[in-house]
Design a binder for this molecule. Structure first.
Ligand code: SME
Length: 264
């Protein structure tokens, strides 16, 4: 575990820059100006430039510079795969000697991504409290999740009709699906409803009891929404990547479902 988190890193960096500026004269100031202007968006976007900065910092094995460019790439909405691809170039160019720095880089990236989850949860909590209709709120949540989380390609809610023992498609974002009604026990959604338990399938081609919505889907996670120990709905997420759902997704979706149950 790191001793210093991203917030403290930023504070220390600002403090040290103030120290430099206290004594800096023209040459140092000129260099600082050049350093900030070179990363401004031009023919190459700001994000691309930050990723280039990240690669060179990794090759040069400067942990502070790696952390700085991870933060700025994150501010430019770089995705997990963009960071992974940039760092993999740094690894190939720099060789195995950069591996300790690569480890730290991913730890920092993970910290930044966890903060994203926290801020999404805050937004969801706020929308749940709004006086608008339930489906409008659920639609907003679907848009937020599919827009902000790279591996969430289809996000939707199923509403449970317990007397008919079936799930009815509610608000969703993603490709249209023919599975607008699903019987308990059928498919991944139906199995999750029947068992009232989370269902994760890391490779849908291995699951026999599966209802395909699109050939692009590789993995799926279904979190039941339980009210007084009874299912009232489900949050269903499909991904075009295999083996993509982790315990982080599970915890995240669990927290979302605990919030949305209030509007069921
Ligand atoms: N794949 C699901 C059906 C719902 S779609 O993914 C939207 C299942 O097997 O239950």
């Amino acid at each position: 575990m790191r001793k210093k988190d991203v917030e403290n890193f930023k504070k220390e960096r600002d403090y040290l820059n103030d120290m430099v500026m206290k004594y800096a004269k023209t040459n140092i100031k000129r260099f600082y100006n050049l350093d900030s202007s070179v990363y401004k968006g031009g023919t190459l976007s700001k994000k691309t430039k930050e990723l280039l900065g990240l690669v060179s910092s990794l090759v040069l094995r400067c942990d502070d510079c790696v952390e700085y460019h991870l933060i700025t790439s994150h501010e430019e909405n770089a995705s997990d795969s963009e960071i992974e691809e940039a760092l993999s170039i740094g690894l190939v160019v720099g060789g195995s000697i950069v591996i300790p720095h690569l480890r730290r880089a991913f730890e920092i990236w993970d910290e930044l991504r966890c903060k994203d989850f926290d801020s999404l949860l805050k937004k969801i909590e706020a929308v749940v409290k709004k006086p608008s209709k339930r489906d409008e709120k659920l639609q907003f949540i679907c848009g937020l999740l599919s827009g902000k989380i790279e591996h969430y390609d289809w996000v939707g809610f199923y509403i449970s009709n317990n007397s008919k023992r079936e799930l009815v498609l509610g608000p969703f974002v993603g490709e249209k699906t023919e599975h607008v009604k699903i019987k308990f026990g059928e498919g991944i959604c139906g199995q999750a409803a029947e068992r009232q338990k989370l269902f994760i399938v890391q490779d849908v081609s291995e699951e026999k009891n599966y209802l395909s919505c699109s050939p692009k889907v590789r993995s799926e996670i279904v979190m039941p929404i339980l009210k007084n120990d009874k299912i009232v709905g489900e949050l269903d997420i499909d991904s075009h990547e295999m083996n993509t759902f982790t315990s982080k997704d599970k915890d995240f979706l669990e927290r979302i479902c605990k919030m949305v149950v209030k509007i069921f």
